[in-house]
Write a protein that binds this ligand. Structure first.
Ligand code: FAD
Length: 452
């Protein structure tokens, strides 16, 4: 009963929290080494500045704080040689056996933008410069813009408190939670949602339309009595929802909880100018909302399973940075993480999803909704928050793709491009560090309680 199926509630009662914390203690050093000490996993290429918010006018929602800024890599000297434009322009398709080769051959639409140097005698994991694949759960970074984006060091732009808040941030979170309302599209493609708050307008109508059973009726009542209730809050009460909708909600809420944890843990004390944990912030956003913490742990279980499932296939990947010694070291670090993730019995049972009842018909809907969550990241008015929002939605997208698009017993091998792999492992690292911070915060709250 303690196995973490998507149906189970991760709770202390079932000791699952401690199982996951034990796993995290074991795997975290390898995750940190991989994401902080290898070039391959610490640089991310994305379109951070060139894409407009596709859903509403966000021109006045920009965060002007210095903490919101991102340092991009301006000088080519600062990125590994093999990734520089002069090298990238020499790229040909892969020339040797590689798990991704078949797929790469089928995708010759544009030159591959990747990590394959001229004299690299084997195929490397590449950066796809491609349209969305039907298996993808998020939109590729270069979906509409012609620019290939910028390289950003994830190590030098840590996710932490930025001061981004207010109406702009609220609109983004509300829009994300609104995607939880399946069956009706709350995000018509390219349509503007306007700025209407949840309580009125088409969004609230959507909400009412999807609430059908008795439990939902109750929520509607609560929502109309207290219009300031957000979708996020009401989402918690959708207990009668089918498994798939609940999983969608938990993924989003768990991501939100992880972002909140980081901003509370690495918080700027504006009096002393020190970056330090802020227990009050943790109490208000997380401690008093145990279900949010539970969703964060749920996400850790989900990513652990995706990484464990992907592990055997990564043995054949080459993580090219131009330096064979470094590439071998990177691969050893990747395998240390995947083996760690696989060292516990199967922790998340994805085979339960999209099977019974309305499940199969929900899969496309689920995917499209998750893609919308990734699109709404272009509406985030703080560069640093947008960077990490994009990394994490891409990371969850990659995990969902591995879990739900590849049968456990099929010969079909999950193929991920470089950007997806970097996002997946960095999202795992984010969750791992959030869990560590939550353990730390819990200790601080206990100490406070003892002292009073
Ligand atoms: P918010 O966190 O904005 O939450 C809005 C409402 O959602 C809450 O009132 C509550 O009802 C509900 N809610 C909150 N948490 C959850 C949850 N886990 N599950 C379900 N419902 C929930 N700020 C930074 O300082 N650093 C960052 O790196 C950063 N990254 C961001 C990334 C994104 C994509 C977005 C949209 C915002 C980011 N922010 C970041 C801003 C931050 O998330 C908050 O929006 C901001 O601090 C204001 O917080 P708040 O107290 O108004 O509540």
């Amino acid at each position: 009963t303690c196995a973490i199926s998507p149906r189970a509630i991760v709770s202390d009662a079932c000791a699952s929290f401690s199982t996951l914390e034990r796993l995290n203690r074991k795997v975290k050093p390898a995750v940190d080494e991989l994401t902080k000490e290898t070039d391959f996993f610490s640089y991310y290429r994305l379109n951070l500045f060139n894409k407009k918010c596709p859903f509403w006018n966000d021109e006045n929602a920009m965060c002007g704080n210095i903490a919101c800024a991102v340092n991009t890599i301006d000088s080519e000297e600062d990125i590994p040689k093999i990734w520089r434009a002069s090298e990238l322009s020499k790229l040909q398709g892969p020339s040797a056996q590689h798990p991704a080769k078949k797929i790469q051959k089928e995708r010759p639409k544009k030159p591959l933008q990747g990590l394959l140097g001229e004299n690299v005698g084997e195929s490397c994991v590449v950066e796809y410069d491609d349209e969305c694949d039907e298996r993808d759960y998020c939109v590729p970074e270069d979906e509409s813009a012609s620019a290939k984006g910028d390289y950003v060091s994830l190590v030098h732009n840590p996710e932490r408190f930025t001061g981004y808040a207010g109406e702009g941030a609220k609109m983004v979170w509300d829009a994300i939670y609104r995607e939880n309302c399946f069956q009706r599209s709350s995000f018509p493609h390219s349509a503007s949602l306007g700025t209407s708050p949840m309580a009125k307008g088409p969004a609230a109508q959507d909400f009412r339309n999807v609430l059908q059973d008795a439990n939902r009726q109750q929520i509607v009542q609560q929502h109309s009595q207290n219009p300031s209730t957000t979708f996020a809050q009401t989402g918690l009460e959708l207990e009668g929802e089918c498994l798939e909708k609940r999983v969608f909600y938990r993924v989003v809420s768990g991501m939100h909880a992880s972002i909140s944890t980081h901003l509370c843990w690495d918080f700027l004390n504006q009096t002393t100018g020190q970056w330090q944990p802020n227990v009050g912030c943790y109490k208000g956003r997380l401690h008093t909302h145990p279900e949010r913490i539970s969703n964060l742990y749920f996400n850790y279980a989900l990513l652990t399973r995706a990484i464990a499932k992907l592990g055997p296939h990564l043995q054949d990947y080459t993580f090219c940075s131009g330096d064979p010694e470094q590439d071998a070291a990177t691969k050893a670090k990747v395998l240390a993480v995947t083996q760690g993730a696989a060292s516990v019995p199967q922790i998340f049972d994805e085979s339960l999803m999209f099977k019974n009842g309305e499940g199969p018909s929900l899969k496309e809907d689920f995917k499209n909704r998750f893609r919308n969550v990734s699109r709404v990241m272009d509406c985030v008015g703080c560069d640093k928050c947008r960077l990490w929002g994009k990394v994490q939605t891409a990371g969850y997208g990659a995990a969902l793709k591995v879990l739900f698009e590849f049968d456990n017993d099929s010969q079909d091998i999950p193929v991920l491009g470089r950007t997806e792999l970097v996002a997946l492992f960095n999202t795992y690292a984010r969750l791992s560090s959030s869990m560590n911070a939550i353990v730390g915060f819990r200790g601080m709250v206990e100490a406070e309680e003892k002292a009073t």
